[in-house]
Design a protein around this ligand. Structure first.
Ligand SMILES: [Zn+2]
Ligand SMILES: [Zn+2]
Length: 331
């Protein structure tokens, strides 16, 4: 009787459906498994391999149900919902793929995780993305955590759900198939989403998982002057692991090619404020969409250097004024 039940489970599992969640609580499930393991003692002595395997199937299923019983989601029996609840309970914490196997109770948990990330807009990044972002200084995590992060480790970086994610997902799929360089794909995607915080995971996807994606973003910022900010480079209000193209414009040519380390120091020194009018990002609004830029006090053309001493933080409005008036006085 037990065996035919197992068989029917396999059939439904193959169709990708889940068996209705057992109403039994965790403790009775644990008792059940204990009994099964005890009975397995006699199976071990048995020479019939098939019987041993079939007896273990029950134990496997018992363990799966026990894992599922740990997170009770009222009304639904959704593996995806259990995965989400688990992440929400431990945000900004490294979660192993095997933990998700336990709480979801299904082999196809990676598919559910992907739906959460790309279709439902939960910002969950994996170990590969975290390391690539860390190399470019865009991600800070305790060294121990990062060093031990594996490709199938995950972190929920923000507890806010991003409801525009599904729309962006379509845009990402169009752009990633284009015959463009990784840099141009990333730039196009960011320009389609000006002002919108994007997770590193999405940008890596747009770049077809090419490892260079994080370096290309840094180049777009430091060499091409696109105002792409992260928590570490000008926007402390962002979550670790998010990028935002603040405006669809490049900085003045002579203010490009500033290394991130210098940019960070100048912004910190100036307390993320325009040193002319005092504007900060908290004052941002759609009718006055400024952002902060760095300006060379002594211009490049007059051999002004890329040093902290020769740089100042300005809002884009004040920055434009300074360049306009200096052009007038030069002529
Ligand atoms: Zn200003
Ligand atoms: Zn300037």
């Amino acid at each position: 009787m037990l065996k035919s039940e197992n068989l029917s489970f396999f059939i439904t599992a193959r169709r990708g459906r889940e068996k209705p969640m057992s109403r039994k609580n965790s403790e009775s499930l644990r008792n059940q498994i204990e009994d099964l393991i005890r009975n397995f003692e006699s199976e071990l002595k048995n020479h019939d391999l098939r019987k041993k395997v079939l007896a273990l199937v029950d134990i496997f299923h018992g363990l799966r149900d026990l894992g599922k019983s740990l997170i009770l989601v009222d009304g639904t029996n959704s593996a995806r919902e259990r995965i989400l609840r688990y992440f929400q309970k431990y945000p900004q914490t490294v979660i192993k793929g095997d933990e998700l196997l336990v709480v979801s109770g299904i082999q196809e948990w990676p598919r559910r995780l992907r739906e959460l990330r790309v279709q439902l807009g939960w910002k969950i990044i994996n170990g590969i993305t975290a390391k690539q972002m860390n190399i470019e200084g865009d991600f800070s995590l305790r060294e121990d955590d990062l060093g031990s992060m594996k490709p199938d480790d995950y972190i929920l970086i923000s507890t806010r759900q991003d409801r525009d994610a599904a729309h962006r997902w379509n845009t990402a799929n169009i752009i990633r198939r284009k015959r463009l360089s990784v840099r141009d794909k990333i730039l196009e995607f960011l320009r389609e989403n000006v002002g919108q915080p994007i997770s590193g995971e999405e940008l890596r996807y747009v770049a077809n998982q090419k490892t260079e994606w994080a370096r290309r973003i840094r180049e777009l910022r430091t060499e091409y002057g696109w105002p792409i900010a992260t928590k570490n480079t000008g926007r402390p209000d962002l979550q670790v692991g998010e990028y935002v193209l603040q405006a669809d414009r490049q900085s003045h040519e002579h203010d490009r090619i500033i290394p991130d380390s210098v940019r960070r120091e100048v912004l910190r020194r100036d307390a993320y404020k325009c040193s002319s009018c005092g504007w900060t990002h908290q004052e941002w609004n759609p009718s006055d969409p400024r952002h902060l830029e760095l300006h060379h006090i002594k211009p490049h053309v007059e051999r002004g250097e890329n040093t902290k001493e020769n740089l100042q933080t300005l809002c884009t409005l004040c920055h434009d004024c300074i360049h306009k008036s200096s052009r007038i006085s030069n002529h």
